[in-house]
Ligand binder design. Structure first.
Ligand code: ADP
Length: 733
């Protein structure tokens, strides 16, 4: 596009006539210094440029002669100054569209420029013309804004796009500082950024940056700028090519995307291939209370729990090395509260067309609640494990037999239980242990009651029973239990081998039985002896001595009663107490017993009230024993209240006799126990009252034998009422 021809040298004369001479030249003439500042312009030049002649000197050629400026012309000027060689150049002014022929002649102080309009290039210049046209077409074909700038940033050429946006004519832009175009000058910061970029590019660098420009009032564009430099043969930067791409749409999309990304509850991030952070969404910044700048690079790692950082680094390294999905869980600190929450970070590599990783894009999801739930589950499992361990320890207890029963079936049992009952674990697993069939018939009712109790109150008070072991032998046990589940009934039972205690009891019973038998024979002999001696003394007139012996007889009778009671108890234990079956006149019996007791206790008043009692089938002596015992207790335990009231009533089915005193009374918790064998209330107030705890046991046994019941009502300090009910028919035998 440039046609250069060496021309003759030109030295401006410094005579007075020279300006006139120059004005006379039909061609336009300019004389510039080496910096492009116009030193002189003739009238023809001023006319061509369209300015008054005197306005030109002192201004740079590029600024005040836009109609002349093209990169071709600029290049030629720069080259002529640089090489000090004359040059010819033909080009078309982009403003006037006229062809210009310019002769450049270096002088000692600068450059003389002659130019005149010319015809279109001649034949041999066709190629040149075509090139020039191609250059223009090319320039205008860019949708990007393109400007050719001097290294100082003056516009040598510019395509239509930025001019159209700014509503500027080419002439208004050519020769001007690019940074002074309204698009850039509206904001000093933007302008500064451009100037710095031009300055850097003029040193030979390629500079890239993004900016928001305002081509005209009300119009803003986001542009991606790239400024490259063109060097001449001597590697000097000759001019700059400045291209700006409209990225407004992309920026808008980016903003929309960013808004979207900021709206989602996850943290979104972009990492460079080396694992340093490039972008974090607003949520992340908000959570960590840090700016995006603080999170950049390695900054985000500071927000992680110190214990997790190494793990995260390792995960990154692995993901980068193996080129796989990055996935790691870590705790991140909430910058506002200081608390840590668990996050799941996942990232995927983003590759270019060659498959090289460009970026990692990923998210962090808050999984704290999930983690907490997991932890709770783990804790729960741990607690379960511990409780299982404890349960196992309990199960392996060598003292207690423990079993789990589902309905009648024993489904789990410890070694102690198996050992006690003689069954094996194989029997257990084969379902061969059934607690109902292990229960002897005489304990069936009691066992069913226990089962009821378990269903109703979820527990059973321990009770004594016997097991029929695998070998058929009986084993006395104490059983207790709690309900695990109701439907079907699942029970955990505790069994204590009671055989040692039972054996001891048996020995004691044997002893009592033996001792009472042994005592009974000499006592009978003694009694007989005393009666004989007393009769003899009475006959011989020793009445005083006979009376003394009668008192001895009384003691002997007490001893006899005691031994009789002991014998009764041991017989009852052995199930061998014999009962007579006779018709008993209850009314007469009661009167007789009352009268005898009244006689023996003259200090007490014994009152009998109520209806006359009917006849009853039973054992007269034993029933007498019942009333004697109750009345003597009523007297014994009411020293300060000498009144005993007996009430008798009868219906068609049964008779009820109640014995009431106003003595010391019995506390609620003692009431059930007083009917047990050898049980005495251990109260200091009662210490001085003699007794062996056998009376009520015998009474209850006799009443039970007659098919009756005995109950007690009492209030401590106010007295007690024992109530015996006996059926008139159907007594159990
Ligand atoms: P004991 O020989 O000790 O009287 P019992 O079997 O007759 O034996 O009575 C058992 C216990 O019941 C007594 O030790 C006493 O504490 C209590 N008891 C029996 N009857 C009465 C009563 N009428 N008033 C207060 N306590 C009584």
């Amino acid at each position: 596009m440039v046609k250069e021809q060496p021309t003759e040298g030109f030295t401006p004369a410094s005579s007075q006539q020279l300006p006139h001479l120059l004005d006379a030249i039909p061609h336009a003439f300019l004389f510039i210094d080496n910096d492009g500042v116009i030193l002189h312009a003739n009238a023809s030049a001023a006319a061509s440029i369209g300015t008054a002649k005197h306005e030109l000197p002192g201004n740079t050629l590029w600024q005040c002669a836009p109609s002349l400026v093209t990169p071709t012309f600029y290049q030629a000027v720069v080259k002529a100054i640089h090489t000090r060689q004359p040059l010819d150049v033909v080009y078309r002014s982009p403003i006037t569209q006229t062809w210009l022929c310019v002769q450049l002649s270096p002088t000692g102080e600068g450059l003389a420029i002659f130019f005149h309009e010319t015809m279109e290039p001649t034949r041999h210049q066709e190629t040149f013309g075509q090139n020039e046209q191609m250059y223009r077409d090319l320039l205008e074909s860019f949708t990007d804004g393109v400007a050719i700038l001097t290294p100082e940033g003056l516009i040598l050429d510019i395509n239509q796009r930025p001019l159209a946006d700014a509503h500027l004519q080419r002439g208004e832009a050519i020769g001007k500082s690019y940074a002074d175009l309204p698009a850039w000058s509206y904001d000093p910061a933007v302008q500064r950024q451009l100037r710095a970029a031009i300055e850097q590019a003029s040193r030979g660098d390629t500079v890239q940056f993004e900016a928001r420009i305002r081509p005209r009032t009300g119009m803003y564009l986001d542009v991606s700028m790239i400024i490259t430099s063109h060097r001449d043969a001597n590697q000097q930067v000759e001019y700059l090519i400045c291209a700006g791409r409209d990225i407004t749409k992309r920026k808008q999309e980016e903003t929309e995307l960013r808004t979207l990304v900021d709206a989602i509850p996850h943290f979104v991030w972009i990492m460079r291939p080396d694992g340093t952070a490039e972008y974090e969404n607003q949520r992340w910044c908000d959570y960590t209370a840090r700016t995006p700048e603080q999170l950049q690079g390695d900054g985000w790692l500071q927000c992680l729990h110190p214990d997790d950082r190494q793990l995260v680094r390792e995960a990154w390294k692995t993901a980068i090395r193996t080129d796989t999905l990055y996935e790691v869980e870590y705790r991140m600190q909430n910058g506002n509260t200081g608390a840590y929450r668990w996050f799941l970070a996942r990232g995927m590599p983003l590759r270019d067309a060659q498959g090289t990783i460009q970026r990692w894009i990923g998210t962090c999801t808050d999984i704290d609640e999930q983690k907490q739930a997991e932890q709770r589950l783990k804790d729960g499992e741990e607690r379960l494990r511990q409780s299982q361990e404890r349960a196992n320890l309990l199960m392996t207890s060598s003292i207690l037999g423990i079993f789990v029963a589902e309905d009648e079936q024993i489904v789990e049992a410890n070694e102690t239980y198996l050992h006690m009952t003689g069954y094996t674990r194989e029997d257990l697993h084969a379902g061969k242990i059934n607690w109902v069939s292990m229960t002897p018939p005489e304990y069936a009712i009691q066992t069913q009651q226990a089962r009821q109790e378990l269903a109703v109150t979820q527990r059973v008070t321990r009770y004594e029973k016997e097991y029929v072991c695998k070998d058929g032998n009986r084993l006395p046990v104490v059983v207790g239990g709690v309900t695990l589940r109701l439907d079907p009934l699942q029970v955990i039972g505790f069994v204590l081998d009671n055989s040692a205690r039972k054996e001891l009891e048996q020995r004691k019973d044997n002893f009592i039985s033996m001792a009472s038998h042994e005592l009974k024979t000499p006592l009978a002999a003694l009694k007989l002896q005393i009666q004989l001696v007393r009769a003899r003394l009475a006959r011989q007139g020793f009445h005083k001595m006979a009376a003394d012996l009668a008192r001895v007889e009384e003691s002997e009778r007490r001893l006899e009663r005691l031994i009789g009671a002991l014998l009764d108890v041991s017989k009852m234990q052995a199930g061998g107490l014999e009962y007579a079956q006779e018709t008993v006149d209850l009314e007469a019996l009661l009167q007789e017993v009352t009268a005898a007791m009244q006689r023996m206790n003259p200090g007490y008043t014994i009152v009998v009230r109520g209806t006359p009692l009917p006849m009853l089938e039973g054992d007269r002596d034993r029933l007498e024993q019942v009333f004697t015992n109750l009345i003597s207790n009523a007297i014994k335990y009411s020293l300060d209240a000498p009144l005993v009231e007996i009430d008798a009533s009868a219906s068609e089915e049964a008779v009820t006799i109640s014995v009431r005193d106003h003595g010391i009374g019995i506390s609620r918790d003692q009431r059930a126990k007083i009917f047990e064998r050898f049980y005495r209330v251990a109260d200091p107030s009662q210490k001085a009252i003699p007794g062996l705890g056998m009376g009520l046991y015998i009474v209850a046994e006799i009443v039970k034998h007659h098919g009756g019941t005995i109950t007690v009502d009492s209030e401590v300090g106010k007295g007690s009422t024992f109530r015996v009910t006996l059926p008139l028919k159907g007594a159990t035998g």
